[in-house]
Structure formats: structure tokens, C-alpha cells
Design a protein around this ligand. Structure first.
Ligand SMILES: NC(=O)c1ccc[n+]([C@@H]2O[C@H](COP(=O)([O-])OP(=O)(O)OC[C@H]3O[C@@H](n4cnc5c(N)ncnc54)[C@H](OP(=O)(O)O)[C@@H]3O)[C@@H](O)[C@H]2O)c1
Length: 318
């Protein structure tokens, strides 16, 4: 990539239907806005109807012609993921989605917290929820060139390890560099493994991933604990960018013609913290195929969502 890629590079999204999780704030919101600007119809689920409505009205304010559907989704609760996926399939029957962006997450919760399903909250929200959602929505994704599943990871994935004896942080809990890092490494592994499985069935659907560097969003305003908060504050003036710039790697992974199967995109600046989209290296932990396969099996078991329907994604219908 010689010329810097910006939102102007997004091809027309007219006639395309996209679903973005966590699009009521930060990077997800900016990505939804740009896709709507380019003509996409956007499905925008949030944790509450009020948050979804607020985001939808902010998009329509800027893009009066935008077609935005609001929904409720809690990725940390499998029952919510299942009922959401069912509602999407009912509202938009058949192969009806062009793009799914797994963007929502929570970061570095200071204390280990468990969900109603018995999973550690970051692993549940950031990884198991999106794993289940993607599996349930796969039959809704159009089997044609241009269809994509984009999964958000993080530079912190380089610090992550998948420990099968500590997936729910039951042995050790360190908010950022263990629990969060593991969940974001799992996202990367998922994206790669999904691509391998799609390729194996001859599917034209692409699985790509992205990370935004350090983008100033609500992610840094939650209860992060003193150490992480201080680190974020110290870095902010020198090594951060706004959410709109942070959304560019996502938008590249989601729409750029140059994006490739299994591609991982992040900012091109120092330490991949700021800048414009470029292909970036996967964390070492994302390269181990044995781990990838085992994590997949374990995720199917934990979520009860089987990808046995994957062949549907391979029936080429353009
Ligand atoms: N910002 C960065 O510097 C940075 C760095 C590395 C990676 N990332 C990645 O970028 C992505 C977007 O993050 P962001 O920075 O834009 O953060 P953000 O502004 O906090 O957005 C996160 C979104 O996820 C939603 N969410 C949280 N828990 C959820 C749940 N249980 N169910 C459904 N939605 C839920 C939030 O909804 P609520 O409004 O209800 O909380 C919010 O809409 C994440 O995947 C993150 O890992 C960001």
C-alpha cells in the first residue's frame, strides 16, 4: 500500500446489509457511520434499546438517507445471542447479510467477574459471544464474493496465551495482560481458523481481522484499575488517535478490495498505535494450528453452537 488508505477508499456499499456489534460507541459507531455514508443498510445491536436508538439517530443526523435497524444484544449472555440471531434470521430471511463485524468488547475489568453462563466476563463478551454469534449467523451470510466476517483483535494479543487450564481465568486473573490479552488472541485465532474452514469448503466468504492501535473511546473510561488507567493516560497525548481513525483498519478489513482472506490489519504508525491501515503481523500465539483446532472444539462445547452447517457457507450462489 503506497497511498494512505482512508474512508474515501470504501467502495460503494449500496445494496449491502451489514451488522456491527458494539456500534453504539467508539470504533463500531464510526465504522457504522462510514458504511452508512457509503450506502450500506446497517443493523445496529446494543445492550439496551435506548443506546441503539441514540446511535441510530446520531447516524441519521449525519446521513439522513441512512437505513438503520436497531436491536438488543448482550454478547455476554448466550441466551441473548441466540434470541438475537433468531430475530435477525426472522426479520431478514435467507442469505441476507453481506458483512458481520464482531467489534464489541469489554477491557481489563479490575476484578474477575462471571457471567450468568459461568464464563469469565471478558472471555465471554469478547470471544465466546462472537464465536456463537458468527456460528448462528453464518447461514444468513450471503455466499458470494464480497461477503466478509471481520473480527476485532488488539495489539495486546501479542501478550496473550491460550491456557486451556485457565480459559475462564480460574487459576490466575490479571485484567489486561492475561484475561483481556487471552480473549483478544482468541479472537485472532478464531478469525484465522474460520478462514481455514471457509476455504476448506470452497466458500467465497472472507474472514479478516483488525486492530485499531490506541483509539480514544469509552474503552478507556471504564473501571480499569489504577495501573492500566495511568498507563492509558500517559500514552494518550503522544500515542493515540480518535475513534474515526481507529475505525480505518476495521473498514479496510471489511471493504477494501486489497484485503485478503485471513488478512489482519492495523495502523501503520510507530508500534501500530496510530496511523492508516496496513497489513500487520499476527501474534505468534495465533499461528499454532493445534491450539486453533482445540480452541474451536472447546468453544463449540462451551457455547453449544456447532459450525456443522459450515457447508452452507460453501454452496456458491452469486
Ligand atoms: N480503543 C482502543 O484503543 C482499542 C485498542 C485495541 C482494540 N480495540 C478493540 O476495538 C473494539 C471496539 O472498542 P472501542 O475502543 O470502540 O470501545 P467502546 O467505545 O467501549 O465500544 C465497545 C462497544 O462494545 C459494547 N459492549 C460491551 N459489552 C457488551 C456486551 N456484553 N454485549 C454487547 N455489546 C457490548 C459496548 O456497549 P456499551 O456502550 O453498552 O458498553 C460498546 O458499544 C473492541 O473489540 C476492542 O477490543 C480497541
Amino acid at each position: 500500500m503506497t497511498k494512505k488508505w482512508t474512508a474515501e477508499g470504501i467502495p460503494s456499499q449500496a445494496g449491502r446489509r451489514v451488522l456491527i456489534t458494539g456500534a453504539n460507541s467508539g470504533i463500531g459507531f464510526e465504522a457504522a457511520l462510514e458504511l452508512a455514508r457509503k450506502g450500506a443498510e446497517v443493523i445496529l445491536p446494543a445492550r439496551t434499546q435506548a443506546k441503539a436508538d441514540d446511535a441510530a439517530s446520531r447516524i441519521v443526523q449525519q446521513v439522513p438517507t441512512a437505513k438503520v435497524h436497531t436491536e438488543i444484544l448482550d454478547l455476554a449472555a448466550l441466551a441473548s445471542v441466540r434470541s438475537f440471531a433468531q430475530r435477525v434470521a426472522q426479520k431478514f430471511p435467507g442469505q441476507s447479510l453481506d458483512l458481520l463485524i464482531n467489534n464489541a468488547d469489554v477491557m481489563a475489568l479490575p476484578k474477575r467477574d462471571m457471567t450468568e453462563d459461568g464464563f469469565e466476563r471478558q472471555f465471554a463478551t469478547n470471544y465466546l459471544g462472537p464465536f456463537a454469534l458468527t456460528g448462528l449467523l453464518l447461514p444468513s451470510i450471503k455466499v458470494k464474493q464480497g461477503s466478509r466476517v471481520v473480527t476485532l483483535s488488539s495489539g495486546v494479543s501479542h501478550q496473550g496465551t491460550i491456557r486451556f487450564d485457565n480459559l475462564q481465568s480460574e487459576q490466575v486473573y490479571k485484567p489486561m495482560f492475561q484475561a483481556y490479552a487471552q480473549s483478544k488472541l482468541a479472537d485472532l485465532i478464531f478469525s484465522q481458523e474460520l478462514q481455514r474452514r471457509l476455504t476448506a469448503v470452497g466458500s467465497p466468504i472472507l474472514s479478516t481481522s483488525a486492530h485499531p492501535g490506541y483509539a480514544v473511546t469509552n474503552l478507556q473510561t471504564g473501571d480499569l484499575g489504577i495501573g492500566i488507567s495511568l498507563m492509558m493516560k500517559l500514552m494518550k497525548p503522544f500515542f493515540s488517535q480518535d475513534a474515526a481513525h481507529g475505525a480505518l483498519p476495521t473498514l479496510f478489513a471489511a471493504t477494501a478490495r486489497e484485503a485478503v482472506a485471513g488478512g489482519f490489519y492495523g495502523p501503520d504508525g510507530m508500534g501500530e498505535l496510530t496511523g492508516f491501515p496496513k497489513a500487520v503481523a499476527l501474534a505468534k500465539g495465533a499461528l499454532d494450528l493445534v491450539t486453533a483446532n482445540r480452541l474451536w472444539q472447546e468453544s463449540e462445547r462451551l457455547t453449544g453452537v456447532s459450525y456443522s452447517d459450515l457447508h452452507v457457507a460453501g454452496e456458491f450462489r452469486s
